[in-house]
Design a protein around this ligand. Sequence first.
Ligand SMILES: [Zn+2]
Length: 181
Amino acid sequence: MTARMGPRIGHGYDLHRLEPVAPEGDGRPFILAGVTFEHRMGPVGHSDGDAVYHAVTDAVLGALGHQDIGQLFPDTDPRHEGADSRVFVEAAAQRMRDAGFAIGNLDITVICEQPKLSPAKPQMIANVAERLGCGVDRVNLKGKTHERVDAVGEGRAVEVHAVVLLEPAHEGSRRPDTPGS
Ligand SMILES: [Zn+2]
């Protein structure tokens, strides 16, 4: 990449089916942005099913024009079984720094009927900011319901959209471990 590169935008989307949490069903504990919610239902997935971290990972990878999360971390790989999804976000953040970019800002929309996200929002934002190595003022997160229609509205799925703007990193903020970037 040249020093004259401009900002880059990326979009990430993820959806996980929700099932009753084990032992009642196949659902894992309901984790969003690294926060575990007390809820009867939880995501079915190969990793821990953190739909916020997955959407954020794909937004950053998309902005970089890299392969997506499913290609980089295939769910056929037993190493990712039950994985803490922070490793995916952190891997995307490393790729971002290696390419000479930093987070401009990030806007996340979580769509689910339950549980209520508002009490956990500050922690969710802090977790995403920490994973990406940026300030909390650069991360926005909002919750919406799906008005009780379709699978999401019936509480059978959780859906997340994330949009990110990457800015060229200032020379001074480059990590010393990325020579020539
Ligand atoms: Zn996912």
